[in-house]
Design a binder for this molecule. Structure first.
Ligand code: DC
Length: 220
């Protein structure tokens, strides 16, 4: 069993990287952002403001989250239904960022994340995986890249999904979210003391994947 934690700001390429490494190593990729997005989606559907702490906490009583791996893909079920790409919009990114600052939301999702890692070899990406969720991970990586590069990647990803967005808006939204995520009181985006910092601004995707696999093989 191996546990790999990948944390870092938005647009660093954590999910694409983690997905590729998982496929090459034959381990499970866990996208923890999808859990916060799913809570944000429920909150939005019920017309609760994402920064209405009491309102969001009240929603938790009616939320049942299940994570399933189907055809090698992670699906997060919300009360038995899979919202699919509806959690991937810029609006849901912002909802996820806001609800994730609420300690009870983080506590609500803690066991779900740890249970998956208990049962499987995983590469898990998020903001607090190395610091809070899997403090004993075998390998911790804090992945980053320049602001411009991260915004460009996020922009390309949204365009590829068919979303109609402007680069300036993506950059502004990304910066606002990163500030929120890294300055909140509970489990802010942070590199664990024993994390390896990996800046992939000038690295190709393949180089980044190879680097992580090399690091993973070294810690086996
Ligand atoms: O990785 P992502 O963009 O899908 O995450 C969406 C939001 O969820 C992000 O802005 C902050 C929050 N999040 C978090 O607080 N902790 C995690 N482990 C993963 C995501």
């Amino acid at each position: 069993m191996i546990k790999i934690a990948i944390d870092g700001p938005g647009g660093a390429g954590k999910s694409t990287l983690a997905k590729a490494v998982a496929a090459k190593m034959g381990i499970v990729y866990v996208d923890t952002g999808a859990l916060y997005r799913t809570i944000g989606y429920y909150v939005r559907q019920h017309d609760v403001a994402p920064d209405d702490t009491e309102g969001v906490i009240a929603c938790l009583d009616d939320i049942r989250i299940e994570v399933k791996y189907e055809d090698g893909k992670q699906n997060v079920y919300l009360n038995g239904e899979n919202p699919g790409d509806k959690i991937r919009t810029p609006e849901m990114s912002m909802y996820a960022s806001k609800v994730s600052a609420i300690p009870k939301v983080r506590a609500f999702l803690l066991d779900t994340q740890r249970d998956i890692a208990k049962k499987n070899s995983v590469i898990m990406d998020g903001r607090d995986i190395g610091t809070v969720i899997l403090p004993d991970a075998d390998l911790k990586i804090f992945l980053t890249a320049s602001e411009e590069c991260r915004a460009k990647r996020r922009y390309d990803e949204l365009i590829a999904r068919g979303q109609n967005v402007r680069f300036e808006d993506v950059l502004a939204e990304m910066n606002q979210r990163d500030t929120q995520d890294s300055t909140r009181d509970v489990a802010p985006t942070a590199a664990a003391d024993d994390a390896i910092l990996l800046d992939n601004t000038d690295m190709t995707f393949e180089q980044t994947v190879d680097k992580v696999i090399e690091l993973a093989n070294n810690c086996k």
